[in-house]
Design a protein around this ligand. Structure first.
Ligand code: SAH
Length: 504
């Protein structure tokens, strides 16, 4: 049996991509994850589906959120032989009470490891364009907590020592006492005009930052609507904020954009949107499932050579068909006697990944585009196999048939509504979304089904569609389409959204 073990893992602050590779590996393998309240929930998508998730802020069974209870739970689960990840914001050893947890584990003779994280002390200023050291401005930095009992005599000495430290001063947990901290620093000798900055909810879509003189920084921050959690930076380097505030200047910074795709497909668009500074809110509206009964598909796969064409209208269809070929002891040579058509780049590259080069791909990556391209090639009397999902529309095969083709449609995969999708969708809408993306007609259909066809829930939300067919579907449900990307591809959709919001 595996020996239980606890990993104290730093998640980094805000941006879920600030997790380290080691942290990622540990999360993926964890049996139990005990996480802080403040971490980005998208981090938990890396976990195994059967993982036990415990919010350390909301303990089950009425146990309050005390440090002793958390340590006890870690010890209990590891004692059961489980791999336990204790996931903490930033770095576990920087004001994270990771030290106490490690001591408790050590006392209980539970094996443990530390996976350091990117601390907010460094990363949050970095996301606001403030380098903590700089050849011209600061040769070191000091990190302190602002969550101290001000007015306690021993703290006064500390502040005067802190005020005399050369280099940059970084204060965590200081927002609620920011005014007192600034007064204490000034009283202890920090010049009132020392450059300072405050960054709240750093490395998230809600990041806000201000910079200016130390004596006015708290008022500026309050006026600008900053709040906890925040990092306070005092020192010459704070001046650079004005010029280097790169993150808040990203084209889609602060925009919450809903991505409606199947879980497995969403990541490409989400990743591109995140690159442009957006907060992608992934709503799994469709889940691709394998067939329950392969009899019909298998019989078509065995007689592929009787067809002139196989037309793939999605990458999912390619995975389903090619996957099944392999499972049934055949391989890509089965395509040898037929021509292969792909609707667009994602589909043709899925084919290429499996060693099949598409013979035909339309300029316009839509099923209409594919129909036109096939018709232009000549489909009269040709036998075309169309592997498709259980909910595909008949438009595509109908238009081929009306041009004389003999089309056989076969279900290659199923699409189902994923568990929890409705709750996730309603929560996301409540929290506010700036735009919603549709990457196929089926994503529109599925989303509207989740909303019980109540389009009013999406009023005020910008609607972005990957192409004209998807846009037509959206319009047919009564949605006002604001954006249609120039090329029906995810990168183009993301760019069109960026252009829409920046007005460029
Ligand atoms: N272990 C954490 C710090 C925990 S103390 C780390 O290494 O980052 C919590 C304090 O961290 C907050 O009061 C705030 O000062 C800071 N903090 C954490 N995340 C932050 C964020 N996204 N933006 C601004 N400050 C943050």
């Amino acid at each position: 049996m595996n020996e239980g073990r606890v990993y104290l893992v730093g998640a980094g602050p805000g941006d879920p991509e600030l997790l380290t590779l080691r942290g990622l590996r540990l999360l993926r393998n964890a049996d139990v994850v005990v996480h802080d309240r403040l971490i980005d929930m998208r981090l938990l998508d890396h976990c195994r589906p059967d993982v036990e998730l415990v919010d350390a802020g909301k303990f089950p069974g009425g146990r309050g959120q005390t440090q002793a209870n958390i340590s006890e739970l870690l010890i209990e689960r590891a004692g059961e032989g489980k791999r336990v990840v204790r996931l903490k914001g930033g770095d576990p050893f920087i004001f994270g009470r990771g030290g106490e947890e490690a001591e408790a584990l050590r006392n209980a003779r539970i094996p443990y490891e530390i996976s350091p994280g990117v601390t907010s002390a460094v990363a949050v200023p970095a996301y606001a364009g403030i380098p903590l050291t700089h050849r011209d401005h600061a040769s070191g930095f000091t990190v302190i907590t602002g969550n101290v009992a001000l007015g306690r005599p021993e703290m006064d000495t500390d502040w005067s020592a802190v005020a005399r430290m050369p280099g940059t001063l970084v204060i965590l947990m200081g927002w609620s006492r920011a005014e007192e901290i600034v007064s204490a620093l000034i009283a202890a000798g920090k010049p009132r005009d020392t450059p300072a900055a405050i960054v709240s909810r750093g490395a998230t879509a809600d990041q806000k930052s201000v910079s200016g003189r130390l004596d006015g920084i708290v008022i500026s921050a309050e006026r600008a609507g900053l709040g906890a959690p925040a990092v306070i930076v005092v020192g010459e380097v704070a001046r650079l904020h004005e010029r280097l505030n790169w993150y808040e200047e990203l084209p889609l910074f602060g925009r919450r954009i809903m991505v409606t795709r199947s879980r497995t497909q969403a990541s490409v668009l989400s990743a591109r949107l995140a690159e442009l500074g957006a907060y992608p809110v992934e709503i799994p509206t469709i889940e691709i499932r394998t067939l329950e009964d392969f009899t019909e598909l298998d019989s078509y796969l065995r007689k592929l050579s009787e067809f002139d064409w196989v037309a793939f209208t999605s990458a999912n269809a390619v995975s389903a068909v090619c996957g099944r070929l392999m499972e049934t002891g055949m391989d890509m040579r089965a395509f040898h006697p037929v021509k292969v058509a792909a609707v667009g780049r994602a589909t043709s590259s899925e084919l290429l990944n499996r060693g099949v080069r598409a013979d035909l791909m339309p300029d316009r990556a839509t099923s209409n585009g594919l129909a036109s391209a096939l018709v232009e090639y000549g489909v009269g009397g040709k036998r075309i196999l169309l592997p498709r999902s259980d909910i595909a529309t008949t438009q595509f095969p109908d238009s081929l048939r009306s041009n004389g083709a003999i089309v056989s449609e076969v279900e290659a995969y199923r699409t189902v509504t994923p568990d929890g999708a409705i709750t996730a969708l309603r929560e996301a809408i409540c929290q506010g979304v700036d735009a919603i993306t549709f990457t196929s007609s089926s994503t529109v259909t599925n989303l509207l089904r989740l909303l019980d066809h109540d389009v009013s829930l999406l009023s005020g939300v910008t609607v972005a569609c990957i192409g004209p067919v998807t846009a037509a579907t959206a319009s047919s449900y009564g949605l006002k389409v604001d954006i249609v990307s120039r090329v029906a591809a995810t990168y183009s959709l993301a760019d069109a959204i960026a252009e829409h919001f920046t007005g460029q």
